[in-house]
Each structure stands twice: as C-alpha cells, then as structure tokens.
Write a protein that binds this ligand. Structure first.
Ligand code: PHE
Length: 340
C-alpha cells in the first residue's frame, strides 16, 4: 500500500503542475481527460486499489477520493479563470496577476534644461534663436571678429585646429558674423551652443562647454540697452535681488568692452567660498560691437550700432544648481542626472 500511496501523491503533484501551466481551456480539457477521464490515469489507480486487503483498501480509497475531488476542484477553478482570460479561444492569455512593467521616463540634461530656460527668458524679450556650426573657419571665429593676424589675442582661447583653415569654434561670437552676412538690421539674436577650448580640465573648466551669445543691432542701440537687458535677464534667472557690475575689459570685436559680474547668488554679496569672498561672480563678456566688425560685413557703422554679450552656461549651471564640479555635467552618471 505504501507504493500505491506514493504514486497517488506523485500523481497529485503532477496534475497540479499541469493545471497551473495550462494556458487555454482546450489544453486544460485535454489534461483533464488524460488524468481524470474514465480511462484516465486516476481511474486506473483506483483499479489497483482493489488488489489491496480490505482495511488497507478503505484507507487508500479515502485518500484516493480526496485527491480526486481536490483535482476536480482545481480543474474547475482554472476553467473559470481561463474563461475570463481566454478571449476568443486564442492561445495567448493576459495574466492580470503579473507585476506591472515600470515605464522609465527620460529627462533633459541639466545643461539643456538651463539652456532652454535662458532661451525662453530672452525669447520673452524679443530675441530670435539662431544656431551656428561647431566646426568653424578661421575667418568666422577670428578674422571677421577683428582678431589681428598672428596677434596674441588669438591665444586668448586655446584653439583646437582641424587643419589650416578649420577649427572647433572657441566661442559663439562667430554666429554674429554669420547672421550679419545674411541680413540687414535690425537683428536681435540669441545663439546658444557648444564651444571648445584646449584647456586643462578641472573642477572649474572643461575642454567643451556651452555658451549663449546675444546681440542686438539697430539704429541707436546703446550700452544702456545692454545693461537693461542683462539686468532683466539675471533677475528672471536668479531673482530680483541680483545686482550687476560692469568692469572695463577688452575683446577685439567690441568697443568698449566689459566683463559683467553679478552679485554672488549664494551669499548675496556678503562674501563666501563660491565668490572667493569677493561678493561678485564674473559671468558675462560683453560690449558694443566694434565698427571694424560692421565694416567686415558691410554694415555702415555710422548708421548702426549694437551690443553683444556672451556667457558660459555651464558656469551658470554650477551656480544655479549649486554644484562644485563642472566635470559632473560631462560624466553623465545617472545618479547625478536623475536629480534634475
Ligand atoms: N566671445 C567672448 C568669449 O567667449 C565673449 C563675448 C561675447 C564678449 C560677445 C563680448 C561680446 O570670451
């Protein structure tokens, strides 16, 4: 009898598994008839019972009957389940009990986010967005911007040259020339994009970074317009308390030129480690477009004037998001990026 009980137990396990795995009603029916049918496996086990002595037969019969009714119950439960999920008798079912799939959503890189925000603010002030190529020529990057040939001013920026003529632009100012060549004033343009400089990589600088160039050419444009637009911009970006400071500077393509500082957005100007206790942060190069630039593109400097400014987006992102290492923007560690 031990043998028989063991084989009944094995049978029960086997059938349970099959019921579990069945994925359509028709498949389930087949399994049912193989095991529980009149000439099925269970029926033949019942026959073996008759060979047992009286009292053992009773005990084994009770167990066999229990198994039989348990399996019947499992069959009808599964049948109910398949009725719901087995649409139109198709063999595929949708298992509502499976855990859901998580939809991972992407996001914009923090530099892209800040760049869009900057563009939006200037767009609101009437600027139009234009893009220039990353691979520029000596002419657009230097010559037309009034950098004298073989003049140390060209060393201001450590240039990546591709060949004699072509280079990776070291600033977004060449977009000024490209726009001036194509159209007549007035032009109020914003030109964001990547620039490249062969600089030592450290926490504050990288060999690739983003700049945004802005310029406005029309009759009677003055330095006051430049100040007004920059102040409005920085107050939108960093809050109403931001103050500006213009310091005299030099760029070959602007005259006069200025470095524009904003009051430190971390300490409000009191002095902290970010502003190196100066209270000011240098964020913009700017000035009135040099008459030489206008001459190079055929604008009459007696009729038109204009301002231009350029700022580094990465540096501003450091301030805005309070990050102390610019390289994080380029490593693209997801743990970093997911915070934005
Ligand atoms: N192109 C200059 C730079 O990258 C910044 C600048 C832009 C200065 C426009 C004046 C006018 O340093």
């Amino acid at each position: 009898m031990g043998e028989l009980l063991k084989s009944l137990e094995g049978l029960r396990k086997e059938v349970k598994e099959k019921i579990d795995k069945a994925f359509s009603s028709s498949q389930l029916e087949k399994i049912k008839s193989v095991y529980l049918g009149r000439k099925g496996v269970l029926a033949s086990s019942f026959k073996d019972l008759s060979a047992l002595p009286e009292e053992k037969r009773r005990e084994a019969g009770r167990i066999a009957n229990e198994i039989k009714s348990e399996l019947h119950k499992l069959f009808s439960q599964k049948q109910e389940y398949l009725k719901i999920s087995d649409r139109g008798g198709k063999e595929e079912i949708f298992d509502y009990t499976l855990p859901g799939k998580k939809n991972l959503s992407g996001r914009f890189h923090p530099l892209t986010q800040l760049s869009s925000q900057i563009v939006e603010i200037f767009y609101g002030m009437g600027f139009e967005v234009v893009y220039g190529p990353d691979v520029e020529t000596n002419y657009y990057n230097f010559d037309a911007l009034n950098f004298p040939q073989d003049h140390p001013a060209r060393d201001m920026m450590d240039t990546f040259y591709i060949d004699e003529k072509r280079l990776l632009r070291t600033h977004t100012s060449p977009v000024q020339i490209r726009v001036f060549e194509k159209r007549k004033p007035p032009a109020r343009i914003l030109a964001p994009g990547r620039v490249y400089r062969n600089e030592a990589i450290n926490a504050r600088s990288y060999c690739v970074f983003y700049q945004v160039e802005g310029f406005y050419v029309d009759r009677d444009v003055t330095m006051a317009d430049l100040k007004g637009v920059l102040l409005a911009f920085f107050q939108k970006l960093f809050g109403k308390d931001v103050r500006l400071r213009f310091r005299a500077s030099f760029f070959p393509f602007t005259e006069p030129s200025a470095e524009v500082d904003i009051s430190c957005v971390i300490c409000g100007g009191k002095g902290c480690s970010v502003c190196k206790h100066r209270g000011w942060l240098e964020v913009v190069g700017a000035g009135m477009i040099d008459p030489e630039v206008f001459r190079a593109v055929g604008y009459d400097p007696e009729v038109y004037s204009g301002y231009a400014f350029g700022m580094g987006i990465d540096r501003m992102a450091l301030l805005k998001y309070r990050i102390d290492d610019i390289r994080l923007f380029w490593e693209n560690d997801l743990r970093f990026l997911r915070q934005f």
